[in-house]
Design a binder for this molecule. Structure first.
Ligand SMILES: Cc1cc2nc3c(=O)[nH]c(=O)nc-3n(C[C@H](O)[C@H](O)[C@H](O)COP(=O)(O)O)c2cc1C
Length: 167
C-alpha cells in the first residue's frame, strides 16, 4: 500500500479499473467538436443525470461548453480508431469520423452502441479536472453489440481481445 501516492502510482492503480469509452460531442459554429472520455458515469435516474470529467488542460472542453446541448456516444468494440481520433489534438478531429445529428442537432457517432442527448446542468471543481453533470433529454441504444473497453492503457473488448493504443 502506498500513502500519499505519486501521480504514477495513482495512474497505475486506477488503470486496473476497466471502463467503457464514450465520445462527447456538440456542434459549435456549425462544426462538430468532441473528445474521448472514460470518466463517464450514469449519475441519477430521477432526474436523469450523467456526469463526466474533462481535464482542466483540455482545449476541446471549453469549446464544447459553448453549446447548450451535447451528445454522448457509447463506442462499440470496433471503434478504437474513433476514440483515438477524438483524443487527438487536431483541429478537425471529425475528418475521419462519420456522425449524424439527432433531432436536436447534437452529433452522434455512426455505429455507436448507445447515444444520450444532454444539456449542461452543473459543473464542479475537481482538482485538475472538472466534474460536469448533464441532464438527459433523449437516448437510445442498439439491441446488440459489444462495447469498446479501456483497461490498463489498452483498448479491449469484453471478449478479451486487446489492442494497445500505440498500434
Ligand atoms: C480512452 C481514452 C479516455 C479518455 N478519457 C478522458 C477523460 O475522461 N477526461 C479527459 O479530460 N480526457 C480524456 N481523454 C483524453 C481526451 O480525449 C483528449 O486528450 C483530448 O480531447 C484532446 O485534447 P484537447 O481536449 O486539448 O483537444 C481520454 C483519451 C482516451 C484515449
Amino acid at each position: 500500500m502506498t500513502a500519499d501516492p505519486s501521480s504514477a502510482d495513482f495512474r497505475a492503480t486506477m488503470s486496473s479499473f476497466c471502463t467503457g469509452v464514450v465520445a462527447i460531442a456538440a456542434v459549435v459554429d456549425g462544426r462538430p467538436v468532441g473528445m474521448t472520455c472514460q470518466s463517464f458515469i450514469s449519475l441519477s435516474l430521477d432526474p436523469p443525470l450523467i456526469a463526466f470529467a474533462p481535464a482542466r488542460t483540455s482545449s476541446t472542453y471549453p469549446v464544447l461548453r459553448q453549446a447548450r446541448r451535447f451528445a454522448i456516444s457509447v463506442l462499440a468494440e470496433d471503434q478504437g480508431d474513433v476514440a483515438l481520433a477524438l483524443a487527438s489534438k487536431g483541429t478537425d478531429k471529425f475528418a475521419t469520423v462519420p456522425w449524424h445529428p439527432l433531432a436536436s442537432g447534437t452529433p452522434v457517432i455512426d455505429g455507436c452502441l448507445a447515444w444520450i442527448d444532454c444539456t449542461f446542468e452543473t459543473e464542479y471543481d475537481a482538482g485538475d479536472h472538472l466534474l460536469v453533470v448533464g441532464r438527459v433529454h433523449e437516448l437510445g441504444h442498439l439491441p446488440d453489440g459489444e462495447p469498446l473497453t479501456y483497461y490498463r492503457s489498452s483498448f479491449n473488448s469484453v471478449g478479451g481481445r486487446q489492442s494497445p493504443l500505440s498500434s
